[in-house]
Design a binder for this molecule. Structure first.
Ligand code: SAH
Ligand code: SF4
Ligand code: F3S
Length: 461
């Protein structure tokens, strides 16, 4: 059934492309969300380009302006409504199609607000109707009417959408959609539907094709990648082992695993691989067992720390990154100290820190013991200070070592210098020839500068 739906949209692509012939139309896209959202945008762009729209880097001359939204935290809303204020002025002067899609459009109170206060928006589509962009654009152009194409379902998996990737060496591949975990603070399960996995052969074929096209680095994406279920007992560990065998791919990353599902077979698959990054993202959220329980995370502080130890036992060179929320309802000073304690113990290489943000419809939003803004901010600053103190300490261990890096491009500030990233995602800057861009090379790290490392490629094989 899904295949037919895609076929139908391909026909709309042709229809819109015929309407647009000779018009030299341009699109501009603004992506506000996570890597999954960015991967969706690559598909939206794939469809737009097939419909005859060319990319415009300058929003002011776009004929179609598309916003792919996120709603995981409140600041995304402010950003969207600010942008719409600007677009209203453009729309008053010329006929531009404004389309808004993505997670935030799955929220009823938001689409109501758009309808009432931003009636000039032409197309609203949700996460389950992304593939119908061609039909929505066709309707907006030919019937000259507003389109709202949002449905609330558990979700399906669509294969075969066109895609235009934003980078030609590193690619993201979504392996599963949706989330079943319902962490009490999180809106994602409500806007992305239930977990559903792509078939192993579809994923592996996509990656083999990417390898043929010269891609070196692959990131496997999902809200909870280690609950991937390819059917007939084929799990995330099987997928990792199969991706690992694909020739040409040199670096494999994945985000995000859930600590509760980080099983030994996954750890073994990483340990056995020479390609899977030694930077593992293991979202902590809180270091307090009490808070974790109310968050519905299904692990304790001790279980998290023992998972880290289990991974380190099998992969001694591993380092970790994490996500932490401060100021969750009811978080006491003591709870927060537990978070700081885990940060000290694990010595994270990278921490993505968030101030708790109330999300309409979630369990935590209905809790009465919300933390005052001022306390949330103070705790955030304390966590940040601890993290920054650790960065330089962490960087020191690289100085004098040889690191394999993927060379990404020239440095913005100095043409003679190249930039790349280590397997553990550290930015390295070094002198080198442009020809090296796109290759993986060995670099000797000579010094550290908090936000980057300096390297020397001369002594390395
Ligand atoms: N599925 C991924 C994360 C998705 S959202 C996972 O479970 O790791 C990315 C991060 O945003 C989360 O890890 C969490 O730290 C943060 N986040 C989610 N909801 C939030 C909220 N309501 N307020 C603040 N941060 C939030
Ligand atoms: Fe949100 Fe939790 Fe699902 Fe991650 S695992 S998307 S934090 S509900
Ligand atoms: Fe945001 Fe949706 Fe991703 S809410 S974090 S764009 S899944």
């Amino acid at each position: 059934m899904e295949a037919n739906e895609i076929q139908e949209q391909k026909e709309y692509i042709n229809k819109v492309s015929n309407l647009n012939t000779g018009k030299k139309l341009k699109y501009h896209i603004l992506t506000m969300g996570c890597q999954l959202n960015e991967n969706d945008s690559e598909k939206l762009v794939g469809m737009l380009e097939q419909m005859g729209y060319k990319e415009s880097t300058d929003a002011s001359d776009a004929d179609l302006y598309l916003i792919n939204t996120c709603c995981v935290r409140e600041n995304a809303e402010e950003k969207l409504f600010g942008k719409l204020g600007e677009l209203k002025k453009i729309k008053e002067n010329r006929n531009i199609i404004i389309a808004i899609g993505g997670c935030m459009m799955q929220e009823e109170h938001i689409t109501q607000k758009l309808k009432k206060s931003y009636p000039f928006v032409d197309i609203i589509f949700g996460t389950h109707t992304l593939h119908k962009l061609p039909e929505d654009i066709y309707t907006a152009i030919t019937k000259n009417k507003k389109v709202k194409d949002v449905i609330d379902i558990d979700g399906k998996v669509y294969e075969g959408l066109p895609i235009k990737r934003s980078n030609n060496r590193q690619a993201s591949v979504t392996i599963m959609y949706g989330c079943n975990n319902f962490c009490s603070y999180c809106i994602v399960p409500y806007v992305r539907g239930r977990e559903r996995s792509r078939k192993p052969e579809d994923i592996l074929n996509e990656i083999k094709q990417l390898a043929k096209e010269g891609y070196k680095e692959i990131t496997l994406l999902g809200q909870n990648v280690n609950s991937y279920n390819g059917g007939e007992g084929y799990k995330f560990a099987n997928l990792l082992r199969d991706v690992d065998k694909i020739e040409g791919i040199e670096i494999i990353r994945f985000v995000s695993p859930h600590p509760k599902d980080f099983t030994d077979d996954v750890i073994d698959a990483i340990a056995d691989s020479r390609k899977i990054s030694r930077l593992l993202h293991v979202p902590l959220q809180s270091g307090s067992t009490e808070v974790l329980k109310v968050m519905n995370r299904k692990y304790t502080k001790e279980q998290y720390l023992s998972l880290i130890d289990r991974i380190k036992d099998k992969i001694p060179e591993v380092v970790f990154s994490t996500d932490i929320i401060v100021g969750f309802p009811g978080e006491t000073e003591e709870d927060f100290e537990h978070t700081l304690d885990v940060v000290k113990k694990v010595n994270f290489e990278q921490i993505f820190m968030f101030i708790y943000s109330r999300r309409v419809g979630t369990v935590a939003d209905r809790m009465e013991n919300q933390i005052p803004e001022e306390i949330k901010h103070k705790r955030f600053d304390r966590l940040k200070a601890l993290y920054e103190e650790n960065i330089e300490k962490n960087n020191e261990k690289y100085v004098g070592t040889n690191q394999k890096i993927l060379v990404e491009g020239q440095s913005k500030n100095n043409e003679k210098m190249l930039t790349g990233r280590t397997d553990t995602n550290k930015v390295v800057i070094f002198e080198g020839d442009k020809e090296l861009i796109g290759t993986t090379i060995n670099i000797k790290i000579v010094s550290q500068h908090r936000w980057y490392l300096k390297g020397d490629s001369r002594d390395c094989p």
